[in-house]
Design a protein around this ligand. Structure first.
Ligand SMILES: [Mg+2]
Length: 419
């Protein structure tokens, strides 16, 4: 491949022809950033699917125990329903009810791209989980409503369908055990599944070397042990959750390379951007990151600087599928892949499946918990089992909207949140 990278028309969605003429490897960082700005500006929601306004009549936040649901209704009687974040939403009820709910009433849902931008401009000091989790929840419900109106799954509202099935990896989140005990747990997690990839934790989390969470030599021993136990065909990933300095990250990275690991997530503190870039330049294993990112412009720098090879926006933490699509497109413009982060619990896996269905630069395997149907909101889908099949992939639901029905008895137990 030559050194010249061209922006493909696919990178900017439904437009017919490439808008950008490309740039050379010698382009300045600012030139690359300007080019990514053009990618960010491209619309995501396909307004052309709707020929008349979809005026939002109500937005409700409903709660039962630790379960949150968002229900939106249009003046024409259409309805959308999505599950909120099961662990974080309770901290953010006031923002949802007092700031966001009133903003959306009376707005045309077809303008979702710009409504999200307006929410940001009006609340930029809250950027982070505080702003993005409630807003993402509302977006999921609106997309479900729009999909039901258009008779299309949400993936078709935000892009073309590139993946009708999604390859899965299971994550093992144990730290604080010896390498041997950790391996046993990883083997238990994978026992009897058809899933072809897995991820586990290395380091102590957030630069806590010599922490009880990181017994001495655990990571160094576990990396070869997992490869040996699972053989050459298993795809292996690790996540350090910001554990290392540059030197430590490179030392561990060399072991990962020796044992042919697929990616290395957050090797140094996630917001040490220059350090991340240094590690990426030194190692050949792809560096993954972005689950903590709240900002399109920070992602823009990480991509233009080649600090990350794999971007990992989280549908909840980054403010929904429309904003995450902009990250995937920026990554695609620079030949990078997208492996979105999963917010566990609730319907996180379902949002991930729909988002991945619509991106052309998805990685081969995506995070889903083995017990996703047990810990999540009770749902049924007529078009998918929602669990991996024999090929280790999950079929993306193809029904309208989110393509699922939440158990009506479960929905009825929820009551409106008042703050
Ligand atoms: Mg992670």
């Amino acid at each position: 491949m030559n050194r010249r990278i061209f922006i493909q028309s696919a990178a900017i969605g439904t437009l017919g022809a490439p808008v950008f003429s490309g740039y050379s490897a010698g382009s300045s960082l600012l030139d690359k950033i300007k080019l990514l700005d053009e990618v960010i500006k491209q619309p995501v929601l396909k307004k052309e699917l709707f020929n008349s306004p979809v005026i939002i009549e109500s937005v409700e936040l409903l709660r039962f125990d630790n379960s949150y649901l968002c229900r939106v209704r249009s003046t024409n009687g259409a309805e959308g329903l999505a599950a909120g974040h099961p662990f974080q939403q309770r901290l953010l009820d006031s923002l949802f009810v007092n700031r966001m709910q009133p903003f959306f009433i009376g707005k045309d849902a077809r303008e979702l791209d710009s409504l999200i931008d307006e929410m940001y401009v009006g609340n930029y000091k809250l950027q982070g989980l505080a702003l993005w989790i409630p807003l993402a929840t509302i977006e999921f419900a609106i997309l479900d409503m729009l999909g039901r109106i258009a008779g299309k799954p949400v993936g078709e509202l935000i892009g073309e369908i590139h993946n009708t099935e999604v390859g899965v990896y299971f994550p093992n989140n144990n730290r604080g055990r010896s390498a041997g005990e950790s391996l046993e747990r990883i083997q238990g997690m994978m026992d009897g599944t058809s899933v072809k990839a897995l991820k586990f934790k290395v380091g102590g989390r957030m630069r806590r070397v010599n922490d009880p969470n990181d017994p001495p030599d655990r990571s160094e021993k576990l990396i070869p042990m997992v490869r040996e136990a699972f053989g050459n065909d298993m795809v292996l990933y690790v996540d350090s959750n910001s554990s290392y300095t540059i030197d430590e990250a490179v030392r561990i990275g060399r072991i990962l390379e020796e044992y042919r690991y697929g990616f290395y997530e957050e090797p140094v503190p996630f917001d040490e951007y220059e350090e991340t870039r240094q590690v990426a330049r030194t190692l050949s294993i792809p560096i993954a990151g972005g689950e903590q990112e709240p900002s399109l412009h920070q992602f823009r720098w990480l991509i233009a600087s080649d600090a990350l090879q794999i971007v990992q926006p989280d549908q909840f933490y980054f403010g929904g599928m429309i904003r995450s699509m902009k990250v995937a497109r920026m990554a695609e413009a620079f030949g990078k892949t997208c492996v979105p982060h999963l917010s566990g619990g609730g319907l996180g896996y379902l949002y991930l499946l729909h988002f991945v269905s619509a991106i052309p630069n998805a990685g081969p395997y995506h995070e889903v918990y083995r017990n996703n149907r047990q810990t999540g909101t009770p749902v049924e889908s007529r078009t998918s089992s929602l669990v991996p099949g024999e090929n280790g992939k999950i079929k993306v639901p193809t029904g309208p909207g989110l393509g699922i029905e939440i158990d009506p008895d479960f929905v009825r137990r929820h009551v409106p949140v008042k703050v």
